[in-house]
Design a protein around this ligand. Structure first.
Ligand code: NAD
Length: 298
């Protein structure tokens, strides 16, 4: 298929590489010339603006951008996708943004005769590199079916979540829970250790008991519990605290718009906000346990 790809960062870069590997023809754009050159060397064609991507002969355009403001600029701006794309081209935004912005952009696209899906992902940079991402997709079912073979080149688990914006709804709900559960595991691990328990033994008990969750089992925040977790390498790599802060902010903002209380989500957001303000935004989000530990412990 002929695909336009805009946003070649930590996620978009490897996703675009997998589409090339799957045999698709790509026209790519990013503000970073280096990112564009890397894809060009692998066989993609270059464009120098979102408008140029839209004007090239593509059947599908995928975007993987940092946040709502970038998505709105790329789709709705004067030199953007919607002002330049042919009717019928399928638009897929895989950025993580708030559901209401996703619905606004999708409505503008539909009004111009372009079907649009929101398709945020989970699986991180490793999932992007290995082509094992989960796609949470919002939009019309027939558009979802049209997108499925393209998404299958980048992910393993491709789920239709309902109408426009629902992919983002699934993503913000899941990530809000993840943020809360990480803080909860950090608090429990720190308490157990402060009361004299060995961290590894405590994690073993939790992971065979009712407290078990992804944050305790796969990304335990206590150093030394899991050899391959960020906690055992100074919290480098993984999912940055600033990205978690962004996702908790999206959940709070979406909740505010429908007057839905998210009490623990807001507390987790504030904890990550303080953590980020202290200069820790680049550390894996499990490093939030440092809020609880004495300096010598982590
Ligand atoms: P990133 O910052 O590495 O990449 C974003 C890219 O978009 C950059 O290369 C930037 O130059 C480009 N860009 C920004 N504005 C642009 C514009 N106007 N036109 C063209 N290109 C533009 O971010 P990322 O880690 O790739 O994340 C992308 C999205 O995926 C975010 O919404 C993020 O929340 C989400 N996400 C990230 C991860 C992760 O582990 N990194 C996991 C799941 C979801």
């Amino acid at each position: 298929m002929r695909i336009g790809f805009i946003g070649l960062g930590n996620m978009g870069g490897p996703m675009a590489r997998n589409l090339l590997k799957a045999g698709h023809t790509l026209t790519v754009f990013d503000l970073s010339k280096k990112a564009v050159e890397e894809l060009f060397e692998l066989g993609a064609m270059k464009a120098d603006s979102p408008a140029k991507v839209a004007q090239s002969e593509v059947e599908v355009i995928i975007t993987m951008l940092p946040a709502s403001a970038h998505v709105k600029r790329v789709y709705l701006g004067e030199e953007g996708v919607l002002a330049n794309v042919s009717r019928g081209v399928l638009l897929i935004d895989s950025s993580t943004i708030d559901p209401l912005s996703a619905r606004e952009v999708a409505a503008a696209a539909t009004a111009r005769g372009n079907p649009m899906l929101d398709a945020p992902v989970s699986g991180g940079t490793l999932g992007a590199a290995n082509g094992t991402l989960t796609f949470m997709v919002g939009g019309a079912l027939d558009d979802f079916e049209r997108a499925r073979p393209v998404l299958a080149g980048m992910g393993k688990n491709i789920v239709h979540c309902g109408g426009a914006g629902n992919g983002q709804v699934a993503k913000v709900a899941n990530n809000m829970l993840l943020g809360i559960s990480m803080v909860a595991v950090a608090e429990a691990m720190a308490l157990g250790v402060a009361l004299g328990m060995d961290g590894k033994t405590l994690a073993g008990i939790i992971n065979t008991s009712s407290g078990r969750c992804w944050s305790s089992e796969v990304n335990n925040p206590y150093p030394g519990v899991l050899e391959n977790a960020p906690a055992s390498r100074g919290y480098s790599g993984g999912f940055g605290s600033d990205l978690m802060l962004k996702d908790l902010g999206l959940a709070s903002e979406a909740a505010r718009q429908v007057r839905q209380p998210v009490i623990l989500g807001a507390m987790a957001e504030q904890l990550y906000q303080r953590f980020s303000a202290q200069g820790n935004g680049g550390l894996d989000f499990s490093a939030i346990i440092r809020t609880y530990l004495k300096e010598t412990q982590a």
